[in-house]
Design a protein around this ligand. Structure first.
Ligand SMILES: Cc1cc2nc3c(=O)[nH]c(=O)nc-3n(C[C@H](O)[C@H](O)[C@H](O)COP(=O)(O)OP(=O)(O)OC[C@H]3O[C@@H](n4cnc5c(N)ncnc54)[C@H](O)[C@@H]3O)c2cc1C
Length: 352
């Protein structure tokens, strides 16, 4: 079988690993210049029911537990005035959804693959039936199966579905704080070992402890898609200071005292349900199939899809049977969870 996976995110790499572990070769193509050419972003919680289940199938669960942070499951909820309103502290033995940095997860999966499995710097321009890939460098690849694991703005998806992601009306600005124990001790204490949130109905913050003495904060606002219209850090900081002027100085530190620039992350979702007519040569997984709001599910589902698809390919007589059986499970599951989380962006902003 010539299997091409487009996208070296959690979904694509998990799929390649489970296939390889059972003797099926797959090539992964990613537009990144290399595994560390781009900051992978913050931390992910991987749940027992999906992300960890896929890692078990990949033979990587023990290594995950050695790297992950169960104490990261702690959750604190503050008011905009800085009063602690609610707190969840996990039991010492709680391993339901420990946190792991995205970069650590990518390295864990990459190190488990045979050298050369991932081809970096391969930006897909388009996929065509049956199983043809066209890359920005002018090359083409023919495959028996193309797996689109290329995220929200998938270039594989248009080959089987006309659906396009739409803006939710809510954007995140990601802020990073380095060396927090020494440089930002007040914030380190406020956020603790896990997450801290606050919201006032129109805007909010979601702060997360990462490994390496780092904290990332997602500053959430209901704004036009093109807000702020400038990526100059000082301009942006001044606009955020105005928007959050009524919050306490303690909470405003999370918004203004960051190191380095903000990263703009407007939230997009795919229509629900997102379905397509089965094609024996092309399928999708993860965000490419069911992009939903970030409520701690996306990476977990991408990995569960990957696991289901790999196992279907191992256990079916033909690729067409495998795709049919995988989509029969994945499509309704994705649609149900996307419907359940459709209001999540509004909940993220609702006042506590
Ligand atoms: C702010 C934020 C916080 C989140 N927090 C969590 C969390 O705590 N837990 C959780 O489970 N989920 C979380 N999510 C969701 C999660 O990040 C995604 O659902 C998950 O990464 C999807 O995995 P994927 O493998 O489908 O795609 P991606 O992780 O998006 O990977 C896609 C890969 O495809 C590559 N690619 C893209 N286009 C092309 C192309 N044209 N050619 C070649 N390669 C291409 C990219 O370089 C990338 O490596 C969060 C999302 C956001 C925005």
């Amino acid at each position: 079988m010539r299997i091409s996976i487009v996208g070296a995110g959690p979904g694509g790499l998990t799929c390649a690993r489970i296939l390889q572990r059972h003797g099926i070769a797959a090539t992964v193509y990613d537009r990144d210049a290399g595994p560390h050419s781009r900051d992978q972003g913050g931390t992910l919680d991987l749940r027992e029911d999906d992300g960890q289940l896929a890692l078990r199938e990949a033979g990587l669960l023990e290594e995950f537990h050695a790297l992950s942070r169960p104490e990261g499951q702690e959750m604190r909820q503050f008011t905009p005035a800085g009063v602690l309103a609610d707190r969840f502290v996990p039991a010492e033995s709680d391993r339901f959804k420990p946190e792991i940095d995205r970069g650590q997860l990518r390295d864990l999966l990459l190190d488990s693959l045979r050298p050369g499995t991932v081809q970096w710097g391969r930006q897909l321009v388009a996929a065509e039936k049956p199983g043809r890939l066209r890359f920005a460098d002018g090359t083409e690849v023919e495959s028996d199966l193309v797996i689109g694991a290329d995220g929200a703005f998938s270039r594989v998806r248009p080959a089987i579905s006309p659906a396009l992601p739409h803006y939710t009306g809510i954007s995140f600005q990601e802020a990073r704080f380095d060396g927090v124990e020494r440089r930002h001790p007040d914030l380190a204490e406020l956020v603790g070992p896990g997450s801290a949130t606050a919201a006032d109905g129109d805007r909010g913050v979601f702060a997360q402890r990462n490994s390496g003495d780092q904290i990332r904060v997602y500053i959430m606002q209901r704004v036009a898609q093109n807000w702020p219209g400038s990526d100059d850090t000082d301009t942006l900081r001044a606009r955020l200071e105005t928007a959050f002027a009524h919050w306490s100085p303690k909470m405003r530190q999370l918004i203004t005292d960051n190191d380095g620039p903000y990263v703009n992350r407007p939230l997009f979702v795919l229509p629900v349900p997102h379905v397509w007519a089965p094609d024996p040569t092309i399928t999708l997984l993860g965000d490419a199939a069911h992009l939903m709001p970030p409520v701690g599910l996306g990476a977990n589902l991408a990995m569960l899809d990957a696991c289901d698809l790999a196992l279907a390919l191992l256990n079916s007589a033909t690729i067409a049977d495998a795709v049919r059986s995988y989509e029969k499970t994945m499509l309704p599951r994705g649609a149900e969870l996307a419907a359940e989380t459709a209001d999540a962006p509004e909940h993220l902003l609702s006042a506590h």
